[in-house]
Design a protein around this ligand. Structure first.
Ligand code: N01
Length: 534
């Protein structure tokens, strides 16, 4: 066994969460090591380098809120792309020397808690051993990519790439390409590569109920105008989504048709998530209100598709599921792509993917589609996969994967009973992707830092949620999830339904940032109520 390397805090993952933890743990005066499986910083932006990868939060909120970091960094577009976000992380490193405390190319495979010493012991794939009092899981919600078990998958003779493992500097231009999946990733890849490939065949199972991104390059004045940044960062903790706007408390069904038409149009024109999370409070709760939103969406999308058959595939008369219960993707020129002569859209509901063949994909109607490259935009074992793929064992020695086989259970969406001194950020039962990533991340990270500080000051060596507190919090997450129309989507990752055998449940806290942070703050204010301290 290699020599044990000792730290106060061990962090897994060097994306937004891991870097925020690192920078703030340093300020506490604790020793810290970040263990990162990849070769660099940036988390999701390191791995997801497929063409068109781009964030869906407009500036300025998709970055660290520390003025030292935003004052002299300038993004160029309203919604920055993956390359610019990677460059941003390099800038953060240059400024604050992040990398000196990060060990790259080090995938953690096991974590063991010892009650006798109140320490975690971590082992990496290459056999290094680390010990620390605290374990901070910053593994993100989309770190375990998913490939469905297609028959004949290994028989394909061309190149096959999952979007989360896109080869560096890969040249797809002029090739015949097939792509399976039209989630947020699929939409981004499709609209980016369609003009450049010889032919693109898209296999769609569920049409994506997208929203217009309204992307634009920033003007030189906008790039330097930052007088409202501090206000924006303050405001984000007061809104449901952690963005700068809030859900309209008004009910759609109380509005007159004229009022509704004007409001829909206004939110649509704003672009981004305004139409989804800003228009009316009952959009995601009341089927009738939801139908109105879908009808508006369908009309807007159909206007951009000249062909009637394509209209029905991409924006069907009957909604595939309630509008907005799968995360809408922000598109730029997605619908126009399908009118290009080099693009074919295959509806796999009409003719299912029967098997992958050496030349391409064969569907159940006997047609074989041939390509040079097959792209799998088939998503992730979202929310839980990053944590359950590590063999984490707490007080009772039970791996967390086994413990959660029947459903995730946590307290406050950041800790779990029998796993002391272990926290996670932007993970199961937290508001995570119902909110802007960095908003939820910084809020959680700050709470964890305060907790560590409290423990150090009071000489407390371990903290672990009680089973009772965990039970009532998890019930609350379930109840909030049941209140929405979410279950109308048959394959939604929000509910773990995209992964065969995964227990269906609402995986995230759907009550918004203010309600969630109040629960966290109340616990802390009462001396970490709901936790057992030792
Ligand atoms: O994954 P997905 P994703 N046969 O699970 C299809 C974030 N993100 O990587 O819809 C045929 O959403 C599946 O079909 P269906 C964001 O939170 C953000 O796109 O299940 N098709 C679907 O079309 C997002 O929600 C950005 O019927 C199959 C696709 O594969 C999350 O990551 C960009 C299939 C998977 O879509 C995940 O997005 C990218 C099968 N057997 C990602 N199995 C931003 O913009 C699956 N599919 C910031």
């Amino acid at each position: 066994m290699s020599e044990i390397q000792e730290y106060d805090v061990l962090v897994i993952g060097a994306g937004f969460s891991g870097v925020h933890q690192l920078l703030n743990i340093r300020k506490l005066g604790l020793t810290v090591k970040v263990l990162e499986a990849g070769e660099g910083l940036a988390g999701t932006w390191l791995w997801n380098r497929y063409p068109g990868a781009r964030v869906d939060t407009p500036l300025p909120l998709y970055q660290f809120s520390d003025p030292e970091l935003w004052r002299d960094w300038t993004f160029t577009e309203k919604y920055p792309d993956g390359r610019e976000l990677k460059a941003y992380f390099e800038y953060v490193d240059k400024k604050l020397d992040v990398k000196r405390d990060v060990l790259f190319n080090s995938r953690v495979v096991a974590a063991r808690w010892s009650d006798s010493i109140d320490r975690w012991t971590l082992t990496t794939e290459d056999g290094q051993v680390f010990r620390g009092q605290f374990l901070s899981l910053c593994t993100g919600i989309g770190s375990k990519y998913h490939i469905p078990k297609f028959k004949g998958l290994d028989s394909f003779q061309g190149e096959m790439h999952h979007t989360a493992r896109w080869p560096k500097d890969y040249d797809y231009k002029g090739k015949r390409v097939g792509i399976i999946g039209t989630g947020a990733t699929g939409v981004q890849v499709i609209q980016e590569i369609a003009p450049l490939v010889a032919h693109l065949t898209v296999f769609q199972r569920t049409p994506n109920l997208t929203l217009p991104m309204r992307q634009r390059t920033l003007t030189p004045e906008e790039k330097v105008k930052k007088d409202l940044y501090a206000v924006s960062f303050g405001r984000r903790y007061q809104t449901f989504t952690g963005l700068n706007f809030d859900i309209n408390p008004k009910l759609m069904l109380d509005a007159t048709p004229e009022e509704r038409a004007l409001a829909f149009e206004e939110h649509w024109e704003k672009g981004g998530f305004h139409f989804w999370m800003g228009s009316y409070a009952d959009l995601l709760l009341n089927p009738k209100a939801n139908d109105e939103a879908y009808a508006f969406w369908r009309k807007k999308v159909r206007e951009r598709i000249p062909d009637a058959e394509l209209q029905e595939k991409l924006a069907p008369m009957k909604a595939p599921h309630p509008f907005g219960v799968k995360r809408p993707s922000l598109e730029q020129r997605y619908y126009e792509v399908y009118s290009q002569p080099n693009v074919t859209l295959v509806d796999v509901n009409k003719a299912a993917i029967e098997q992958i063949t050496p030349k391409g994909v064969k569907t159940s109607d006997g047609v074989e589609y041939e390509f040079d490259v097959l792209i799998l935009a088939t998503g992730f074992d979202m929310v839980t996969g990053g944590i359950t793929s590590i063999d984490i064992r707490g007080q009772d020695g039970v791996p967390i994967k086994e413990k959660w086989a029947d459903g995730v259970r946590s307290y406050l969406g950041l800790a779990s009973a029998t796993y002391p001194n272990m926290f996670w950020i932007y993970g199961p039962q937290s508001p995570s992707s119902f909110t802007n990533g960095p908003s939820c991340i910084e809020l959680t990270s700050e709470w964890i830092i305060d907790c560590m500080k409290f423990m150090k000051e009071k000489n407390i060596s371990s903290i672990v949620p009680t089973e009772e507190a965990q039970h009532s919090y998890s019930e609350l997450v379930d109840q909030l999830g049941a209140a929405g129309l979410w279950s109308g989507a048959k394959t939604s990752w929000y509910l773990g339904r995209n992964i065969e055998g995964k227990k269906p449940q609402m995986l995230q806290f759907s009550g918004g940032i203010p309600a969630w942070s109040k629960l966290c703050d109340d616990s802390a204010a009462k001396g970490y109520e709901g936790f057992h301290l030792k």
